[in-house]
Design a protein around this ligand. Structure first.
Ligand code: XMP
Length: 514
């Protein structure tokens, strides 16, 4: 987006913090466009930036191996805000001693605001901030003054006496910090004089016009799943190039109950005759027969998807462009801007077709977070059922079936997933949780059905709360809801005898079981 837009933006330099994305989101929430840049970005990567925020990070600034910016922070002509590691780094650059803290601080801490600085001006004298550090600034950096402290941290917030450089040891981006929004707001609007110039509506307008310019009269193809990302991406391209778009919907045989019919209906309403449907379920299920290993299952599904896609695309015309619903966290994670990102699960996006394919890529959502995509879809007038839909993995129910994907387990998984979703809707909780589904494996447990003992399947129910799927916690839904889900599953699915609830967060687990 930035490359197309002339408006101001804020660069968040990533020093390896788990919170770098949160900083970007907080800034965008205030109507100012923001992006993550690597910690060693050159000046040209910062062109047009109204400010730089240095994120936190796990390193110690005094170690030679710690990440240091390439640009000269002390001599850059735009305002800088350093957070946590950023605070220590700036202090270090300005000659302060930084070392191990006598008492590390983790969690909520009371900040004592001396009210003599610009960023904390007019905020209460004491408020709660979120701390997470074991190093600390030990002496005052040259040219700075202290504007806040805590019981254990003398230099909790600093400001340069002349230059627009601000540093905080605490995390204003974290929800637990009181007045975090006000602190960003003062920085962006009072110090940096940023304009509130960013909204998903403007994003859509700019994206549509830049796609139009790029694609001209060429043709584009988009594989859609009926989820909010791929559908919104295709919709933006449809707005730009109209009938030169083809929307391909592939039934992998791994979709939920009635999902093929309902998705097709919705897609036809949005894209009309541009929709091309392929039932490839037999091919996928054949290929998955006897395969138990989760990574192998994902690989097979991914490869088969590409094969089907290529065959269909060849039949449908000569396409120069491929549209994908890639989101910002995927781009940032795969670019590994802040160091080698470890691979947790391969092949995170089945619709993710390899770059070696001859197409040029259009990724209209690659600067957006999921909640922004939902808002965008809403502003484009896309249907509610699409906007509110929970995310569903590309490899479909195959990742919710532990072990081999058999017809019997698919049937159980479909029925149980439907029950979980229906009961959540009934309890008015569907829109409140991030995802809710059922898992089935090969383990069996004894039950009594009628007068007979039976040895049936175990279904695990997983319901999680999350903001962006990067972390998640198991949802504390009411016992009554779990009870009705469990009763319906064991009553309505004959070969299920036990129901369990997954009480594990991400991390250490992932959201999907495979
Ligand atoms: P995990 O299981 O990694 O999932 O915690 C995080 C989010 O991503 C979804 N997910 C996938 N989405 N293709 C997708 O398009 C995949 O292979 C895939 N695996 C997981 C998952 O449902 C959750 O929302």
């Amino acid at each position: 987006m930035k490359e197309n837009q002339t408006k101001s933006w804020v660069a968040v330099m990533d020093f390896g913090s788990q919170y770098a994305h949160l900083i970007v989101r907080r800034i965008r929430e205030l109507g100012v466009y923001s992006e993550i840049v690597p910690y060693d970005a050159d000046y040209d990567k910062l062109e047009g930036a109204k400010a730089i925020v240095l994120s936190g990070g796990p390193a110690s600034v005094y170690l030679p191996s710690s990440p240091k910016p390439k640009i000269n922070i002390a001599n850059i002509n735009i305002p800088v805000l350093g957070i946590c590691y950023g605070h220590q780094l700036i202090s270090f650059i300005f000659g302060a001693e930084v070392g191990k803290a006598k008492s590390a601080e983790f969690g909520k801490t009371v900040l004592i605001n001396t009210n003599n600085g610009k960023l904390l001006k007019d905020l209460p004298n004491n408020f709660i901030v979120w701390m997470s550090h074991s190093d600390e600034v030990k002496t005052l950096p040259h040219g700075f003054k202290v504007v806040a402290s805590t019981k254990n941290c003398k230099f909790a917030a600093l400001e340069h006496e002349e230059l627009p450089i601000f540093t905080v040891q605490f995390h204003p981006e974290v929800f637990h910090t009181q007045y975090g929004r006000e602190i960003f707001s003062k920085f962006l609007f009072e110090v940096c004089k940023c304009e509130k110039s960013w909204s998903v509506k403007d994003y859509a307008k700019e994206m549509i016009s830049s796609i139009k310019k790029e694609v001209k009269d060429s043709k584009a193809i988009c594989a859609v799943s009926g989820g909010v990302d791929s559908t919104t991406a295709a919709f933006l391209v449809q707005e730009a190039i109209g009938d030169n778009l083809v929307v391909l919907f592939i039934d992998t045989g791994l979709l939920r109950e009635n999902e093929v019919e309902s998705t097709l209906l919705m897609l036809k309403k949005i894209f009309g005759s541009k929709v091309h449907f392929v039932n490839a379920s037999r091919r996928f299920l054949e290929k998955l027969r006897t395969i138990k290993d989760p990574e192998q299952k994902r690989k097979i599904i991914g490869e088969e998807f590409i094969r089907v896609f290529e065959e269909e695309a060849k039949k449908l015309g000569d396409f120069e462009y491929l549209v994908q619903g890639t989101l910002y966290p995927d781009v940032i994670e795969s670019a590994a801007v802040s160091g080698p990102a470890s691979k947790i699960k391969s092949h995170h996006n089945v619709g993710g077709l390899p770059e070696k394919m001859k197409f040029k890529l259009i990724e209209p959502l690659k600067f957006l977070y999921k909640d922004e995509v939902r808002r965008l879809a809403e502003s484009l007038g896309l249907p509610d059922e699409l906007i509110k839909k929970h995310p569903f993995p590309g490899p479909g129910l195959a990742v919710r079936i532990i072990g081999e994907v058999t017809e019997e387990k698919l049937e159980i998984c479909r029925k149980a997933n439907k029950i979980v979703e229906e009961e959540l809707v009934k309890a008015k909780l569907y829109d409140k949780v991030w995802q809710a589904f059922a898992i089935v494996g090969d383990d069996r447990a004894t039950g009594i059905k009628g007068d007979e003992r039976s040895y049936g399947y175990i279904v695990t129910v997983r319901i999680v709360d999350s903001i962006d799927a990067m972390t998640a916690s198991w949802s504390r839904v009411p016992y009554e809801l779990l009870d009705s889900i469990s009763k319906r599953i064991t009553n309505e699915i004959p070969n299920v005898t036990w129901v369990t609830y997954a009480i594990v967060d991400k991390p250490p687990s992932t959201i999907e079981p495979q």
